[in-house]
Design a protein around this ligand. Sequence first.
Ligand code: HEM
Length: 427
Amino acid sequence: QLAPNGCPVSANAAAFNPFEPAYMQSPGDYLRWAREQEPVFWSPQLGYWVVTRYEDVKAVFRDNILFSPAIALEKITPAPPQVMEILQSYGFAMNRTMVNEDEPDHMERRRLLMDAFLPERLSTFEPMVRSLARQYMDRFVDKGRADLVREMFYEIPLNIALKFLGVPDEGAEQLRQFAVAHTLNTWGRPSPQEQLEIAHNVGRFWQTAQQILDDMRARPDGEGWMYETIRQHLAHPDVVPESYMRSMMMAILAAAHETTSNATANAFLTLLTQRKAWEDICANPALIPNAVEECLRVAGSIIAWRRIATDDAVVGGVRIPKGGKLLVVMASANFDPRHFENPDEVDVYREGAVEHLTFGYGAHQCMGKNIGRMQMRVFLEEFVRRLPHIRLVAGQQIDYLSNTSFRGPSELWVEWDPALNPGRSGS
Ligand code: HEM
């Protein structure tokens, strides 16, 4: 078997299948062989070039002209015609948002829509996150046992995301189902039968997003990032066109909270598994900001992202013909010993932990990274203060949704002895 550049496909490359449970369980381990032996390889099962080392992943992100993000939200599993018909019946018209937009349009738009992400604007959200964290913890702090995903980590980032966007929170409970459908539709490998059901949910998600947008447009003076987008659309319809707004409304409803919920659950799982790291942050909460970065490095919530080569290119010495699609695996790059010393060790004191690639890099680097980080920090601060003695419920199986990119446990059970709680009250 030959790759599109004429080189033979190795047995490991032929076997690579990101829809196999081992990939999600530990993407860094799953691709260890590649980092060591064949850092850029053609995956015949996926039809993508897979990029696994730190410098190569960074180089691909750095050059968003040669490696265009245009395919970032494309269905990774081609749809049977019936699926397209279902989507069309809902008026589905997902197009360019920010994350999959080429230059020069992308930068112009990103600049216009940046203000809401500036640190001084974000600072108003921290007290809100802390107050919500305290309220949610109050509900279970005396129970001795909780599924942190269901009882806290899903809903708070969702609430904050809706507030940030300016979206009213009625109907929010539907969003989880929608977000799962969107993830599977875009980054999963559903069977043809599953595709049909997913397509209906994606269609409903699209319509809900459009309804929300239309309601917001009817009173465009509201507060929040989507309102700012609407106002920029009215002022500069050439830079922020109608189709962008419509696509963004749906994409951001998933991107702004799923990522943070998953990253938070991953961080707690990581630190509670590495008990020493947990005890270190309990003893010295000033370590938390760096612990957040280290958790994003070893257990980020976006583990791989996509680019397409707009011309013949070379990555890590491998020739990639024009039109080649790339899966850049940040969760592998983050374990590259060429960049991180003892990469398998979870070290909350690590210098340079912040250099992980979980938020991407370069022109498209995540705009919401500081919102995500802030929430993770606040949650950890509240837990080390009120429930330092929590532990993982032993023997639980950690399940992930099968897809190339979005990673977080669907449940995370912890337990503790309420009699040992140092602080009974939230404040
Ligand atoms: C883009 C990850 C939270 C908004 C991205 C990208 C990644 C990412 C990997 C693509 C970067 C690239 O192509 O170089 C994450 C992770 C998060 C998170 C791991 C949480 C821990 C958020 C939040 C928001 C947000 C909370 C909004 C409130 C965006 C936007 C872009 C983006 C608007 C597009 C930026 C552009 O293309 O210029 N994010 N994200 N993200 N993210 Fe996030």
